[in-house]
Structures are given as structure tokens and as C-alpha cells.
Design a protein around this ligand. Structure first.
Ligand SMILES: Cc1ncc(COP(=O)(O)O)c(C=O)c1O
Length: 392
């Protein structure tokens, strides 16, 4: 057999997405991979129906349809607090997933170091390998998931060219305060490095916390590459629409990477999504109210059952501590992955093993998401209650 590359053998397929496939095989309630089980806003769907007949159906401009880039620049310009040029500072990508890969490939030479928090959204590990970068992990320590700024400075001193900051953070739900982000930003400026932010959950930040855009902090615009998405904000994860915002130097280069990776995102979907970007503030208020209710419903249920969990400040994920189960004789020697497989088959609820997010040898967490109807969450809680009966 001809050989395949060594590079791709250093990482596995996504465990998150694998859990969805196993969940489907066993007909479990899928609280693993984060996507909603409810429809996108009606206005977006109506526009999609029109676009199906009117077009466009051919390639759009490779770096994104003009009206979509203008709408993104206007909305995110308000969030960042600065005018953004839709021609030179916005790149539309196939999801934030591609934006992150473009960002990494744009700034990294083979062997460059990039700081990554642990736990981290699983894609960043593969993104680093595929772009030739070497990750240096900085722990976010449970249960507060705080970082030690000295470790970040040490990483920059060791030559890190960038740090990836997922805010709000998947999987731990951490929302970094303005001060914490400033402390990271000041180091990026001091060491002439980039901050690559992943802000796909920017609208899912629960009171009393609030979202701060790294790019909007004093002196940070030219040091920040913002990766963002329409997936979570408009419940259209399958449309694969995301974007990258940054200085024209970065974006003009990222456009080349994007052009040869994908040529562009789906033209009719770009056109239909513009509708969403023109929604007023009330849309985001209602979205947050919806997710706050879901979060409270799930967390109340977990408390009633007695499962130990964190309280996410943002995102739609919650981490459950399964140590007390792993200590039971029937689970001796189980990894968290084996525990999740057991849950799918015996409890009928799919979760993601925490070890797919942690660099450290941490095995006692699983991640659930609550982007589900209340009815589904209720049924999931009924099933999870059965787990508790295993405990003495
Ligand atoms: C932190 C984070 N970034 C990026 C993504 C992927 O976003 P997209 O659908 O825009 O590729 C996800 C999806 O779960 C995510 O949790």
C-alpha cells in the first residue's frame, strides 16, 4: 500500500462527532455534539425558500458575498467598537471551523508555537498539527477554570506566536472578564504575538457575566484575529457559515488560504443568512432568554438528581463530574470514553468524554449540552436519574 502522511496519523477523528454517530446507532438522546434540535428563525427560512427560486446558485465572490460581508462588518463593528471594512477586514468561511484553520495557516510557519488552553475545543489540536504549529498547553484549572497569567507569559517568552482564546469557552463555559482578556492582550502586544479568538458563543453569556470582544480592547485590533460563526447564533450549524475578522494584512492573506481550501461558502445560504444579521437587538435578547431557561432547567434537574456539575457562565455546555461513578466496582478501569459508551447503551443519553478536551490526564468529566427542547431535556433527566441509583 502507498503510505499516507505521518501528520494525519497524529490525531484521531473528532470524538465529539464520533459520539453523535454512536448515539444515533443506539437511538440515545444526543447531548454530545452541540447543535440545536429546533428550527432556525422563520424569517431566515422564508428567505431561503425565496433564494431557492431566485438564486444565487453559482460561486459567490470567494471571500464572501458583498452583502453578507457588509452585514457582518456592521454588526461586529458595533460589538468591537470600531468601523470594520467589509472589503479588506472580513472573510466569510465555511463555519468558524474553517476560519480557525485559515487563521492558523495564515500566521504559522512549520514549528511555530501556539498557546492553547486546556481544556480546549477539540478542533484546535488538529488545527495546530495541520498548520504545522506546535501547541503549548496552558491549564484552565477546574472548578473555576482560571489561568495563571505567568504561564502565558512563559509561553510567549518561549516564542509562542499566538494564543487561542475561546470566549465563552467550550467545554467549560468560562467567560473571561475584560480584565483577564486585557492581561492576555497586554502580553500579546509585549511579545508581538497574535490572539486568535473563537467567539462563536458570544450571544450565549448568562447574567451577571457579559461578553467582551478581544479585538475591541485598547490596542488589540491589529493583534487579534476573530473567528466567529452564524452556526450557534441562528441555529444553522449545518449551513456551515462563519467568518474571520482582522487587520487587512491578516485578512488579505487569509483570503488566499481560504480560496484554495474551499473557494467559498455556499452562495444561496450566504444570501439567506443576511436576513439574520439584520435582526434587531430583541433577537439576541430572546435567544439568551431561551438558553437561560434551558440552562436553568437542566442544572436544576441535575441538582435534584444529585449529579455534580459546574455552572456555565456562557455556551450551552455543562461539565459533569463522574468520579463517584468511576470509583464503583463495576466501573473499575473504565476510561471516560468507555463510561460515555456505557451511558449511551444503558442510560440512553450521549455525552462527550472530558478527556477529549483536556491535555492533562483528567478522566473524570463528561460534557452535556442543552441546545434541546425542554421535552427532550426532561426525558434526558429522567434517564440520568437511573444513573444515580447505582450509587450506594
Ligand atoms: C468553540 C467552538 N468553535 C467552533 C465551533 C464550530 O463552529 P462552526 O459550526 O461555525 O464551524 C464549535 C462547534 O461546536 C465550537 O464549540
Amino acid at each position: 500500500m502507498p503510505q499516507i502522511s505521518d501528520r494525519v496519523q497524529t490525531f484521531t477523528d473528532s470524538v465529539i462527532r464520533r459520539m453523535t454517530r454512536i448515539s444515533n446507532t443506539y437511538g440515545a438522546i444526543n447531548l454530545s455534539q452541540g447543535f440545536p434540535d429546533f428550527d432556525p428563525p422563520k424569517a431566515i427560512l422564508n428567505r431561503l425558500a425565496e433564494v431557492a427560486l431566485e438564486g444565487p446558485h453559482q460561486y459567490s465572490i470567494t471571500f464572501g458575498a458583498k452583502n453578507l460581508r457588509e452585514a457582518i462588518a456592521e454588526k461586529q463593528g458595533k460589538a468591537i467598537g470600531r468601523a470594520i471594512d467589509p472589503e479588506t477586514e472580513v472573510l466569510v468561511t465555511c463555519g468558524s471551523t474553517e476560519a480557525m484553520m485559515c487563521a492558523m495557516m495564515t500566521i504559522c510557519n512549520p514549528g511555530d508555537k501556539v498557546l492553547v488552553f486546556s481544556p480546549f475545543y477539540e478542533n484546535y489540536g488538529a488545527d495546530a498539527i495541520l498548520s504545522g504549529a506546535e501547541p503549548i498547553y496552558v491549564p484552565l484549572v477546574p472548578p473555576e477554570y482560571d489561568f495563571d497569567i505567568q504561564q502565558i507569559e512563559d509561553g510567549f517568552k518561549a516564542g509562542a506566536k499566538a494564543i487561542i482564546v475561546c470566549n465563552p469557552s467550550n467545554p467549560c463555559g468560562k467567560v473571561f472578564s475584560r480584565d483577564k482578556l486585557m492581561s492576555i492582550g497586554e502580553l500579546a502586544v509585549k511579545y508581538d504575538a497574535y490572539v486568535i479568538t473563537d467567539e462563536v458563543y458570544e450571544h450565549l453569556v448568562y447574567a451577571p457575566y457579559s461578553h467582551t470582544c478581544m479585538a475591541g480592547l485598547p490596542g488589540m485590533y491589529d493583534h487579534t484575529i476573530t473567528c466567529n460563526s452564524l452556526s450557534k447564533t441562528f441555529s444553522i450549524t449545518g449551513w456551515r457559515l462563519g467568518y474571520l475578522i482582522g487587520s487587512s494584512v491578516v485578512v488579505e492573506t487569509a483570503k488566499k488560504v481560504h480560496d484554495f481550501l474551499t473557494v467559498g461558502a455556499a452562495a444561496p445560504l450566504q444570501e439567506a443568512a443576511v436576513t439574520g444579521l439584520h435582526f434587531g437587538e430583541e433577537y439576541y435578547t430572546e435567544l439568551l432568554e431561551l438558553y437561560t431557561k434551558k440552562r436553568d432547567f437542566l442544572l436544576d434537574g441535575l441538582d435534584r438528581i444529585g449529579l455534580k456539575h459546574n455552572v456555565p457562565q456562557g455556551t450551552y455546555f455543562v461539565m459533569i463530574d463522574i468520579q463517584e461513578f468511576l470509583d464503583l466496582p463495576q466501573f473499575q478501569g473504565f476510561t471516560d470514553l468507555e463510561f460515555c459508551e456505557w451511558m449511551i447503551k444503558n442510560i440512553g443519553v450521549a455525552a462527550v468524554p472530558g478527556s477529549s478536551f483536556f491535555r492533562e490526564n483528567i478522566n473524570n468529566y463528561i460534557r452535556l449540552h442543552f441546545a434541546r427542547s425542554e421535552e427532550t431535556l426532561k426525558e434526558a433527566l429522567t434517564r440520568l436519574e437511573r444513573m444515580k441509583s447505582l450509587l450506594p
